[in-house]
Design a protein around this ligand. Structure first.
Ligand code: ATP
Length: 200
């Protein structure tokens, strides 16, 4: 099995995430992409705009009909979500012949050496780094990187949150996810940035 972990806040999930995952699947001949939403993302001040449960639900809606995509609750309830913990947990479920990848955008990969136990992270996974407009990165010594350069999609969750707050229905958000956002009244107030949110 060739499995990629795709971590993120997914606040909300958008076509950029999905297209990057499809491209990685094809390019790296993966069997599965495991979407792992962070409960408290350390690189976003530990907070997301939408509650964890809603971000999981939106991912499930977006991944329905994609047999190779799976949504994981591995980071549920964690005080802070550290990738190394997720990687170790997933590694523990794999056999010796299985290969573990970590799918990531260029912006996030550029911050790799600030991660908790990043030296352990690079030993355990091969990174698949998706290009993102305006973001360059260095490859830290010892890390294995497969660059995914065929896509450079300008879409971001932050921009989509602003557009949702302005009453738009951005086409970069899958239809069932948009319907969920409307039904739950998510992202309605003007704040595009994270606000403190009690977990449900
Ligand atoms: P925000 O705008 O709130 O920072 P985001 O759009 O970057 O959010 P995240 O959930 O933080 O979304 O991203 C999860 C992962 O997906 C990260 O590795 C990020 O780099 C990657 N990613 C998100 N959007 C893109 C994109 N358009 N192209 C390539 N990678 C992306």
């Amino acid at each position: 099995m060739r499995i990629a972990i795709f971590g993120g806040t997914f606040d909300p999930v958008h076509t950029g995430h999905l297209e990057v995952a499809r491209e990685a699947l094809r390019h790296c001949r993966l069997d599965r992409v495991l979407f792992v939403p962070a409960s408290h993302p350390p690189h976003k001040g530990g907070v997301a705009v939408a509650p964890y449960e809603d971000r999981v639900r939106m991912l499930e809606l977006a991944c329905a009909g994609e047999p190779a995509f799976e949504v994981s609750r591995l980071e549920e309830g964690e005080r802070v979500s550290y990738s190394i913990h997720t990687i170790e947990k997933v590694r523990g479920t794999l056999g010796p012949d299985d290969e573990l990848f970590f799918l990531i955008g260029a912006d996030a990969f550029a911050e790799l050496t600030t991660w908790y136990r990043w030296e352990d992270v690079v030993r355990l996974v091969t990174f698949i780094v998706a290009s993102r407009p305006g973001h360059n990165y260095q490859v830290p010594a010892g890390s294995r990187v497969i660059p995914l350069t065929t896509l450079a999609l300008p879409v971001s969750s932050r921009e989509l949150r602003s557009r949702l707050a302005a009453g738009e229905e951005p086409p970069e958000i899958p239809k069932p996810v948009l319907e969920y956002i409307r039904a739950k009244g998510l992202y309605r107030d003007g704040a595009a940035g994270p606000v403190q949110h009690p977990d449900r």
